[in-house]
Design a protein around this ligand. Sequence first.
Ligand code: GLA
Length: 641
Amino acid sequence: MQERQKTRRLPRLALIPLLLATAAAHGATDPLAPTAHWSAYTAGRAATPPMGWSSWNAFGTNIDEAKILGSAQRLVDSGLAAKGYRYVNIDDGWAQRRHMPDGRLEIRPQQFPSSVQGGKSTFRPLTDKLHAMGLKAGIYSDLGRNTCSQAYGGDDPNLPKGNMFEREVGLYGHVDQDIDLFFGDWGFDFIKVDGCGLRAYGAASPKVRSGAYRALTPSLDLETVTRSNIPAVQAEFKQINAALKRNNPDGDFLLSLCVWGSADVRAWGKDFGNLSRTSDDIRPSWTRLLSNFDSAATRELYAHPGSWNDPDMLFIGAGDFDANHLVEARSHFSLWAMLNAPLLTGADLTKTPQSLLDIFGNADVIAINQDPAGNQAVIAYDARDLQILVKQLASGDKAVAVFNRGFTPIDVDLTAAHMKYRADAPVTLTDLWSKSDMTFTNETKLRVAPRETRIFRAHGTRVLADGLYLSEQPGSVNPAVDGVTRPQVDPTIFRSSFAWTGTKGAGERPMYAGWGGARADSTPYGQVLQIGGTAFTSGIGILANSRLEVRNHDYRRFTTSVGVDDSALDRKHAVTFTIYGDGKLLAKSRALRWGQPAQALAADVAGVKLIELVARSAGADDEQLPVTWGDAALLSGAQQK
Ligand code: GLA
């Protein structure tokens, strides 16, 4: 994917990503006004992250019916289907042409013989087979006129055939027709929508200059977020959302966005689809795993039931994650489980050895991923080569992952405090790979091998006995407006590169925009939360001029201590903090400036379904004004402070 083009600088207005788009979406002029409405995507069927198989990693465009049914059969025979792996997704490479003049898509007949039904090309026999096996079927398309393999596949013999118009197999200009075909006619349950068609076909691109493809002004630019036309990309997804609503007889669909973390999709992907890719493609290499993991690991507040972060498919079964690298393969699986990533294996399951099938089949780790509370793990420790991630489960227990990213063993002090458990009460850890239990009080030492992830289910006594901190329930907290007006790429120290680019070009630059996004137990810039000299180990860090939506699961009281975070550069502007319940004002702070002590706020939220937390400042366009909702918590009792 190294082919890059210069695109015209777009006017500043076209670049303001979220505030205007969100305001427009709600028909409101003030994006911070309460709406009493959860705005992240909940259409489709993604209450928990999807699990299954996809053709891309193992086969690329070289796919056929036998390969797809072979892996599907293996899902069933191995018992993985019964454990939740139900989606069988056909990625790029299935399309033969767009038949003209009616525009109906055709399937490659040699590769998919069952698709030839009289004079008609149809995937219905294949999806019927998959459904009869108890599975679900997924299909692939592109936002633009052409797909990624057409953009980057060179002389790939599996690319669509025919004249220029016949080879335009992407959704652009055909959204309703194709969505109707995929879901209404062919019976698919899942669609991945790639973005190369909006990225690689500028007038100056070699593809277009060769005369083989029509030009489409790029609206996605992976080199810099400021050159992406965010409203234009969103407008495409809006059309797809609307088409999915109209053309979906059984309501059973799942929409997967694939713009690789570009165009500040961090901030808005959750509003437009069930999955949103946070990085470019995964490769079977350890360093690539780190890149993809990092792209999602700090985005815990941007993932919820119905709208998950997607660091890409599992590459277990190849390279650094093959049967000779079980430590790495288990790490990959454990980390994706903690991130609530889709568990989509990309392996050729007909050749996958039992030792790796056992990894996919670890029911205890699957249960962490599929936990109904839908809380992505929060980073509790992050230094050296070590990260500790903690995920609140619906049962009240926690999942804990201790991840050694590096090349030497590490002796880790794991503390009850990492889990927000009391230091004076026993904590029991169940190792989800060895199945052994251990109990400790206050702290314990763990040895973690190079590249190992030790993953546990933890049971202890909560510091906050009567409720949950918001930072423990990111799945119920949505940064509807996160205050980032000038998204920037995340600072990254390490960058991997792609096999197919080698060391040509300038390297893959970080593209995951939005540094400054909302965080659990951290400021938006990765620092410890602190107001007026007082540190908070729990809380939400977000920029001023933001609005958080919080789902209230029958709690009665909301408490917090608010203020401008000590890390703010802006020491001038005051911030006012307001709490709303189902659109009604519940509590409001004084105007608070940098350096002032935190102000305690509390609100009775009994019976309230949606709480909104608004931090408003006159420093409207200043992204260096982080604020802290310290110790923000929902409590069961009505009267506690
Ligand atoms: C892009 C996507 C991949 C895959 C290929 C298909 O690179 O990110 O996941 O779908 O396109 O060409």
